[in-house]
Design a protein around this ligand. Structure first.
Ligand SMILES: Cc1cc2nc3c(=O)[nH]c(=O)nc-3n(C[C@H](O)[C@H](O)[C@H](O)COP(=O)(O)OP(=O)(O)OC[C@H]3O[C@@H](n4cnc5c(N)ncnc54)[C@H](O)[C@@H]3O)c2cc1C
Length: 339
């Protein structure tokens, strides 16, 4: 039987996960992307890369935990650089009630006292007395993980990557000549998915040799869920603001001050760090902040990944494959298209 041909639009985390999983099932895959590759034009470029389903459950629903569990398995299998050291949530003495509330809304954690925190993160010794450790959580460097995915896709004979190939709305509303179209355009798909909205996120990358962290550390804060993710070469990604806006411009002074002050309250050594990078992009989100697959004939939209692109993108891609190749529908995330 002739393999199914799949047209994928977009090369962010959703598009690249779909491309890989369809290709691995023997489909002929063509990716069209407005981007020059996996690059700064994708929201996915700016992500922290945290695979933290149980931390996220404290502010979202169980569905994120379920999809995220699959995401952790996907990255462990597909990206050797996946770091399996868990994540740590801490709060200053003043914000301890927030830590208790956080604990009440989630699971899969161990409570930590000052000496546990010191064992996990020696550089935080003496700074925090209470925390929650989530041993099963993971993290990736998004640029390394998706850079590697693109490199792998380039080697597969059944995959064709067409970068700098933006499709117009007219092309996107004309039925595809391939068997299926998988639309992974992130926020740009608002022209066909009008309930999609933008949630702006700003981030920084700092570099210092004066502090070592082994895992993402979240600092509970009344305004933003702030976190610091260690990366290669003594770099730290500090993220991320959550602003109801679709403005993609550079980070604002206020946001940068808040991110920097969070880093400083985690450890004053960050005061001497170099600011290597500042960035911002807009997360695609549906009204309930849960991702969806929306079916319109032979087009599937994989979208609404909000702050969970790396966490939940692989599970959504797997569900798209399960539907197209095996006819399985996951009703929790499935929606029929309504114009
Ligand atoms: C600061 C920040 C931190 C984050 N941290 C995390 C985190 O720690 N963990 C996590 O899981 N998630 C995180 N996220 C969320 C994650 O980045 C998003 O959920 C994810 O990037 C959405 O991916 P996407 O593939 O849907 O969209 P995108 O990455 O934006 O990709 C869309 C693609 O579609 C292409 N495209 C658009 N229009 C067209 C067209 N007409 N024709 C062809 N191609 C087109 C674009 O060029 C692009 O390649 C974070 C986000 C931000 C901003």
């Amino acid at each position: 039987m002739k393999p199914l041909s799949i047209e994928i639009i977009g090369s962010g985390v959703a598009g690249l996960c779909c491309a890989l999983l369809f290709a691995q099932r023997g489909c002929t895959v063509t990716v069209h992307s407005a981007s020059q590759g996996f690059d700064q034009s994708c929201c996915s470029w700016w992500a922290g890369g945290m695979l933290a389903p149980w931390c996220e459950m404290a502010t979202t629903g169980a569905i994120i935990g379920k999809l995220g569990h699959d995401g952790i398995k996907f990255w462990a299998q597909h990206h050797a650089g996946t770091v399996a050291k868990g994540s740590l949530v801490i709060a200053s003495q003043r914000d301890l009630p927030d830590l208790h509330q956080f604990a009440a809304r989630t699971e899969h954690f161990e409570r930590c006292n000052a000496s546990d925190i010191e064992q996990l993160e020696p550089d935080l010794a003496g700074r925090f007395t209470n925390g929650l450790f989530f041993p099963e959580e993971r993290h990736v460097d998004p640029r390394a993980a998706l850079g590697e995915t693109v490199a792998l896709l380039r080697t597969l004979p059944n995959v064709h990557l067409r970068f700098e190939s933006a499709l117009s709305l007219e092309q996107l509303t004309t039925p595809t000549t391939e068997d299926w179209r998988i639309d992974c355009r992130g926020l740009s798909a608002r022209d066909q998915l009008p309930t999609l909205r933008g949630v702006r996120g700003e981030m920084l990358v700092l570099q210092t040799r004066d502090i070592t962290l082994h895992r993402p550390v979240r600092l509970l804060h009344p305004r933003y869920p702030l976190y610091i993710v260690p990366r290669h070469d003594h770099q730290f990604m500090v993220g991320a603001t959550m602003i109801e806006s679709d403005y993609r411009g550079k980070p604002t002074v206020q946001s940068v001050m808040e991110l920097l002050s969070a880093a400083y309250s985690l450890h004053p050594a960050f005061a001497e760090a170099q600011i290597v990078e500042m960035g911002a992009d807009v997360r695609p989100a549906f009204p309930n902040n849960y991702p969806k697959i929306v079916q319109n004939g032979r087009t599937l939209f994989v979208n609404g990944l909000f702050r969970h692109g790396f966490l939940c993108g692989p599970a959504l891609a797997q569900r798209a494959v399960d539907f197209v190749l095996d006819g399985h529908i996951d009703t929790e995330i499935w929606n029929e298209y309504t114009a």
